[in-house]
Design a protein around this ligand. Structure first.
Ligand code: PMP
Length: 435
């Protein structure tokens, strides 16, 4: 194996570990829409890295900005000091902030953004005299990273099974009918009453115990679950009615994935807090962010308890990450990338939906430039079909992502129409061959 003297010391995310060691796949360079594998093959990036390289790979502008920043100011402690580029980046972000949530807190990842947003929500409730509100609500099949906060509100039982969780966390139902998947099938007329499940939790626990409700506007990594019509609107209504903060986790949907800068803009529903990461720096230097409303920010800054909130990271607002982020925002603006998915989404949807007739394809979802293709699970080996498709695609030069038997596609937002055709062709052929 070239480039890797030993695989033993490298501990991958747990789930990937065994598969990878059985059949290592290495990516050694990247440019534009393509990776190069260690055997020299060119691989079309159907996943924007891991939903993050929205402007494509190898952007010189970002590399130069990072290099410049490293040689000017490589680090500054943000606990008692500031540095100009963090303020500049925060200001520029405020201009594109989702739903006008223009108060910006920097973190280093999606998981940290989620934990930060949950802590802000709890501290805010306390600051406004609602200290009994300590409960956090997520949703079944939600993914919010791997911090203790994120796994507690996250809706994937296996991710939290062996770990302690935040007391009082509970989850909205993902569907009325476990045999059908409301998000998957779209059931437009049922969006609002599915969201009424929050009323069930309010009745069960008491509104005075609930601080916040967090959802992905469109769930990405658990299988591209498109919310039924009216769902997010009704969640907003119920949260407002009961004094519950609404948090949108936009780690995947943020920065143009759906065809608007944020899903918040796309769906026209404004939460109180938004988390983002990934596309914030085009997947280059790790960074996350929490956007908050002025109301939340001001209450925390002025409230009698403000001093009790200790939170922040050594690398919050790291100058090199800020430089990468500023250059990324420039590219997004210059190339119109934050709305490009809207121009392509019809062609994208029709290309992807052509796969519906293939063997063992049981559902297709798409929105903006993201799609989920669900395969019928093999009863004897759940996940095997999609994994085989993943391997076949990779061998033939296409990178896709699979979770269970769901295939996800989310190409960089610079994708050309011909490349969409190429993706669907390679994927379709792989499904025919091995699914
Ligand atoms: N929230 C969502 C919606 C995500 O998709 C992810 C990552 N896929 C996270 C949080 C966690 O982000 P990270 O892996 O950067 O910690």
């Amino acid at each position: 194996l070239r480039n890797t003297p030993s695989l033993d010391a490298f501990w991958m995310p747990f789930t990937a570990n065994r598969q990878f060691k059985a059949a290592p796949r290495l990516l050694v360079s990247a440019q534009g829409m393509h990776y190069t594998a260690d055997d020299g093959r060119t691989v079309l990036d159907g996943t924007a890295g891991l939903w993050c390289v929205n402007a494509g790979h190898g952007r010189r502008q970002i590399a130069s900005a990072v290099e410049r920043q490293l040689s000017t100011l490589d680090f500054a402690p943000t606990f008692q000091m500031g540095h100009p580029i963090a303020f500049e980046f925060a200001e520029r972000l405020a201009e594109v902030a989702p739903g006008g949530l223009d108060r910006v807190f920097f973190t280093n990842s999606g998981s940290e953004s989620v934990d930060t947003a949950l802590k802000i929500a709890l501290a805010y409730q306390r600051a406004i005299g609602q200290g009994t509100r300590t409960r956090l609500i997520g949703r079944e099949r939600g993914y919010h990273g791997v911090g203790f906060g994120g796994i507690s509100v996250g809706g994937i039982v296996s991710n939290r099974r062996v770990f302690p969780q935040l007391a009082g966390a509970d989850h909205l139902r993902h569907t009325h009918d476990p045999a059908r998947n409301a998000f998957v099938k779209g059931q437009p007329e049922h969006g609002a009453d599915l969201a009424d499940d929050l009323e069930r939790l309010v009745a069960l626990h008491g509104a005075e115990t609930i601080a916040a409700c967090i959802v992905e506007p469109l769930s990405g990594s658990t299988g591209v679950l498109v919310p039924p019509k009216g769902y997010l609107e009704r969640l907003r209504e119920i949260c407002t009615k009961h004094g519950i903060l609404l948090i949108f986790d936009e780690v995947i949907t943020g920065f143009g994935r759906l065809g608007a800068p944020f899903a918040t803009d796309f769906f026209g529903v404004t939460p109180d807090l938004v988390t983002a990461a990934k596309g914030l720096t085009n997947g280059t230097v790790p960074m996350g962010v929490v956007f908050a409303s002025r109301q939340v920010h001001d209450a925390l800054m002025q409230g009698p308890d403000g001093i009790e909130l200790f939170h922040g990271y050594t690398y919050s607002g790291h100058p090199v990450a800020c430089a990468a982020g500023l250059a990324t925002l420039d590219i997004y603006r210059e190339e119109g990338l934050l709305t490009r998915a809207a121009d392509l989404s019809e062609d994208w949807a029709s290309a992807i939906h052509d796969l519906l007739g293939r063997r063992n394809v049981i559902d297709i979802r798409s929105l903006g430039l993201v799609a989920g293709i669900e395969l019928e699970a093999r009863p004897d080996a759940p996940g095997k079909r999609a994994y085989d498709v993943f391997v076949d695609c990779f061998q033939r030069g296409l990178l896709i992502r699979v979770t269970g038997d769901i295939i996800a596609l989310s190409p960089p937002l610079i994708v050309e129409r011909e490349q969409i055709g190429e993706m669907v062709e390679v994927l379709g052929a792989a499904i025919d061959r091995v699914a």
